[in-house]
Write a protein that binds this ligand. Structure first.
Ligand SMILES: Cc1cc2nc3c(=O)[nH]c(=O)nc-3n(C[C@H](O)[C@H](O)[C@H](O)COP(=O)(O)OP(=O)(O)OC[C@H]3O[C@@H](n4cnc5c(N)ncnc54)[C@H](O)[C@@H]3O)c2cc1C
Length: 712
């Protein structure tokens, strides 16, 4: 209400200005004609005239009414150079700041809420360089000042910064105009004041801060390289450290564009995903799902049976799956594609040199123009007393350890309620182990919405997992994990303990410390994935913030292309549309924002929920658990995020990922033919649910009357 009142007052003031034709006083001729009269008034009451002038100037600028240039000339003519400059400088800055504040008050919040996600990059840019932008805008007269005031009000620049940068930025122009005003008689048009040459000089000045910034960047770059001697020539264009998803894709891109590239891997080709992560876990999940289906075969009219199986055979299948995929990531394949693959441990010894301790015992040093660090991440092991003594498994070790067992451990404790802990706990429980899953927080999958976490928990419990949320592991003693919930301590006996409490980037032991490459939780990179050394890049889990195979290969494109061609053009990594799936049964897939994030970020959103139990194919398959939840911009079909819980949710999500990436709204999904009967129809029905909510009820009332009339 307050906003509307202020907006009305502003509009009224502007309308009044034009209604009373106040603009007639703001022309050069009017000023000249009244100069003598105003001079006399100023001599009679200098403070009053100066005060009225000041207020008029502030009001004119605050209301974004054209005429400031004439008033500035008037200041010179009436008050002289010094007093005129002081008056105009403060009045124009105060007026500009008022216009800025009005724009922020009336529209700022709405704009930020509505376009929050899209404005993220602008907000970050303003936070970083807002003063620079503003200074240039004040000096380079491309945009009229009133537009600058109104637009900057929509950003998150601080008011104080806005004030002082505006004052300094406008000072030169003010002096020029006030000075010209002191010679008013000689001016026949505003063009006489600001010649093209003068405007060009201002533009040059406006660009000065940017030039300064570039010079600073150059100095900084020289400084990081200062203590190293650059080689005269290079053995390679690119060396890639690590042959997981990020490293494989980086080296493949380099070889494809005919660069000379070496890929160094100390462990297994394919990294975590193939050997310890996605591939074995999904293979395990499939066996577990079949076991569960056998147990519940009566759902499909068949006799249920308790699955009889050799755990060794299940684990052997997992290793066979890895072996089947292995050739895709093998040394032979990559060598064939033109990559020089070296198996060994890489260490960066200077910004252009990598030393490799080969697995066969030899060492070699290679110089290179650029480096991509793709060293991945490893499981976090909490500092629990007794843990090392009791022994534990992580995703790195469990596949080999379990492969040696004839039967699955009877009691398994899984520490961690994130995606990896959930997937492993459910699969192992379905394969017959008595699994307890321990999570310190109140919910499983804490990044997801409450309803999603609740479904995940229900699904775990239906699979036989004993879920212990709100339980913190204290220590381990004699095959028992001591848990604390509130004040109570409970022992939990286990035969195998799996630690799945997160993964941390590999940051030590290969030269980052010696080179002074910044690390926080990950290698610190800029938007182009470059480290503090502009020729050293990072991609994948080691760079974060995401820890997925698909984000690792996505980043690899940016890191390798920027490493090889950055001197011509650099590409900023695009993180706008990142999908992820937790392969529980039912699957949980998400792209973009969920309700929790949208609310936390203050992004206005509308939620459409469509339940899977209404989908024919889901009913036919007896897989009716879950929903499609779509977040859209209020009143619009633009998708902010989608969470799908259901069978094959990971596959269903692809349509929404494509839609979000290419700006397609729900209307487009609704207008697309989906094969009947498929799970993918759920996407269309969710769009239909959104459409029904936005049906034009009034128009439909009229249409109803029309049909009634047609019936006679
Ligand atoms: C159980 C589990 C399940 C998962 N499931 C999924 C999933 O379903 N979907 C998904 O998208 N993601 C999943 N992930 C995550 C996924 O595995 C990782 O995000 C992905 O492997 C990251 O790839 P990367 O190339 O960054 O690192 P990595 O795959 O870890 O590769 C890094 C490689 O660098 C090597 N290396 C490190 N330092 C050096 C050095 N100095 N010299 C030479 N070599 C070095 C390492 O040996 C390693 O092979 C899962 C992870 C786990 C643990």
């Amino acid at each position: 209400m307050k906003k509307i009142l202020i907006l009305l007052a502003l509009i009224l003031a502007v309308v009044a200005f034009f209604w009373f034709d106040a603009g007639q006083y703001l022309t050069l001729d009017a000023l000249k004609a009244r100069q003598g009269e105003i001079d006399a008034q100023y001599r009679a009451a200098p403070l009053l005239v100066a005060g009225v002038f000041f207020l008029a100037y502030v009001a004119l600028t605050a209301l974004s009414i054209p005429g400031a240039a004439i008033l500035t000339l008037a200041a010179g003519a009436i008050f002289g150079l010094v007093v005129g400059t002081v008056l105009v400088s403060f009045a124009s800055t105060i007026g500009a700041t008022l216009a800025f504040l009005a724009s922020r008050f009336v529209l700022g919040e709405t704009v930020q809420n509505r376009f929050g996600a899209r404005l993220k990059a602008i907000n970050e840019g303003i936070e970083r360089d807002g003063a620079f932008y503003l200074f240039s805008l004040r000096l380079v007269p491309i945009f009229p000042f009133f537009i600058v005031n109104l637009l900057m009000g929509l950003t998150k620049i601080r008011t104080l910064t806005y004030f002082w940068v505006s004052q300094i930025g406008m000072l030169l122009g003010t002096v020029v105009y006030v000075n010209a005003g002191t010679q008013l008689a000689g001016i026949s048009s505003l063009r006489d004041v600001a010649s093209p040459g003068l405007l060009l000089s201002f533009a040059g000045l406006g660009l000065l801060p940017w030039a300064g910034k570039s010079v600073m960047a150059l100095i900084k770059r020289r400084r990081v390289y200062a203590r190293w001697t650059k080689p005269k020539r290079y053995d390679r264009n690119l060396i890639v450290i690590g042959a997981g998803a990020a490293g494989l894709v980086s080296s493949l891109i380099a070889a494809t564009v005919k660069a000379s590239v070496t890929l160094v891997e100390s462990g297994k080709m394919g990294g975590d995903c193939l050997n310890y992560g996605c591939v074995p876990s999904k293979a395990l999940i499939k066996s577990a799902k079949i076991a569960q289906a056998m147990r519940h075969a009566d759902t499909y009219g068949l006799n249920p049976v308790e699955p009889q199986f050799s755990f060794k055979a299940v684990m052997a299948r997992i290793h066979a799956v890895i072996a089947a995929i292995e050739p895709n990531d093998s040394v032979e394949r990559y060598t064939g594609l033109g990559v020089d693959v070296v198996q060994g441990h890489a260490r960066i010894v200077d910004p252009w040199t990598v030393e490799i301790t080969r697995n066969d015992g030899g060492t070699q040093r290679l110089t290179t123009r650029s480096i991509v660090i793709a060293a991945g991440a490893s499981p976090v092991v909490p500092d629990l007393p007794g843990l090392n003594e009791s022994g534990y498994l992580t995703s790195d070790t469990l596949w080999d350890a379990f492969a040696k067992l004839d039967t699955i451990p009877a009691r398994i404790a899984v520490l961690g309620g994130g995606p990896i802990g959930c997937e492993l706990a459910q699969a192992l429980a379905r394969l017959g182990a008595q699994v307890s899953q321990i999570e310190m927080g109140e919910r499983l999958l804490p990044r997801e919405d409450d309803d999603v976490s609740a479904l995940a928990r229900a699904s775990q419990e239906a699979s036989g997992v004993h879920v212990l949320t709100g339980h913190a592991a204290q220590h381990v003693e004699e095959g028992r994990l001591i848990l604390k919930a509130g004040d109570a301590e409970t022992p939990l006996a286990f035969d195998a303990l799996i630690v799945a409490v997160g993964r941390k980037a590999r940051l030590t032991g290969y030269g980052l410390e010696e080179l002074g490459i910044d690390t926080a939780k990950t290698v610190v990179t800029d938007g182009y994935l470059a480290t503090v050394y502009p020729n050293i890049f990072a991609a994948g889990d080691v760079a974060g913030p995401y820890q997925f195979t698909h984000t690792a290969s996505h980043q690899a494109w940016y890191a390798s292309v920027n490493a090889l061609f950055g001197q011509f053009r650099k590409f900023k990594a695009d993180y706008r549309v990142i999908p992820a799936t937790t392969f529980l049964d039912p699957e949980i897939a998400r792209v973009g924002l969920n309700e929790r994030e949208a609310t936390a970020q203050g992004i206005a959103h509308e939620v459409t929920l469509w339940p899977m139990h209404e989908l024919d194919r889901a009913i036919a398959e007896s897989e009716t658990g879950g929903f499609v939840k779509v977040l859209t911009v209020p009143g619009k079909d633009r998708i902010l995020g989608v969470t799908i819980v259901g069978a094959h949710a990971g596959e269903l999500l692809a349509e929404y990922v494509l839609a979000m990436k290419h700006g397609l709204g729900l209307n487009k999904i609704l207008g697309t033919i989906h094969t009947y009967p498929t799970m993918a129809e759920a996407n269309k029905f969710a769009a239909g649910a959104w459409k029904r909510k936005h049906a034009p009820e009034r128009l439909l009332e009229w249409v109803k009357r029309y049909h009634a009339w047609r019936r006679g």
